[in-house]
Write a protein of this length. Sequence first.
Length: 402
Amino acid sequence: MSARIVITGAGAISSIGAGVEEFERALYAGESGVGPSQLFGDSSVTAEVRNFSPQPWLGNKGIRVLDRVARLLSVAAHMALCGSGLARSEAGGSDPELGLVCGTMLGSLHSITSFDWSGLEDGPNYVNPMDFPNTVINSAAGQAAIKFKLGGVNSTICGGGAAGLYALHYAAEFLRLGRARALLAGGAEELSEESYLGFRKTGNTSPSGCPRPFDPERDGVVLGEGAVLLTLESEETARARGAKPWAEISGFGCAQDAHSTRAFDVRGEGATSAIELALESAGIGPAEVSCIIAAASGSRAGDEMEARALQNVFGARLGEIPVCAPKAALGESLGAAGAFGALLGTMALTKQCLPPTPGVRAVAPGIRLASQPQSFQGDVALVNAFSCDGNNAAMILRRWTD
């Protein structure tokens, strides 16, 4: 029989708080991280990690060589390892059965751009060789593994806005195959001038600076950032070391329907397939889903696509299922978004209550979104992560009961 893969800890740093406890408190209080940008100034609105300093968690040693996304990921790794009781002593060696899988869309984009620009402007003889390690897409995961002596698998999954869920699935399969004892898995994304300007030029960002998921008057996304890692291990391993599981990763589905590098397929065929495959792999039907953590971000086309996919799968029952759209609070954190959704789904199953979606006014017909927490009874959460590049992923989480 296939091993049951459980979540036994987590680390998160986001625009609404650092650490799982602060993240949960802010979520259920309906707080939003969307506001004036400290990084870009002027009238820019983002959901960034404000006043970010990694020293309280990482100390001063080795910080200078880490760029922003590596610092965010390393902080999340520190939290996840400490919270799940897997932290290594500085004197010990690396653990070959403890690894990290990180999902991202753009990685260290600012480091890559700065290094390349320096080479073009000043010539290849004048670039700083210390900056080069940060120009590869897996640099953040590698830096975190070095810092915390994670000697096992170290992978970076680049899957657009679905990368966080891809990373969780990849890690879960690795564990089922017995190739690791425990893995940190999730996503990380930084806000940089390059990503901010790029998204603004595509016309996908919100002119009003207010993300309104599923709202008929929504006008675009607000970019966010952050890092979240979940500690995954088999039920057997968790029990052997006395760890209490939070939830089980029960099913996963993905589908690709790309027709443009920056446009959703509003027919929702890929998103529908991803959800149906996730339900099938979990061995359940749509009637057993207790709550939905949506990928909706305020995108005009993206939200329409997801609403259509949910209607395709759940039909008339959709209006009975409580839905939360966390990007109203966290912004569009791209490769980290799916992992944030998985953490939120785990919390919701544990508390039997979905957090509110800030700023809810009007909502698309059949979507049960609310500006207040929504209680429910049930054991199954659906987490969606859909990307404008055609990547569609869905994950089924099951509440853990002994």
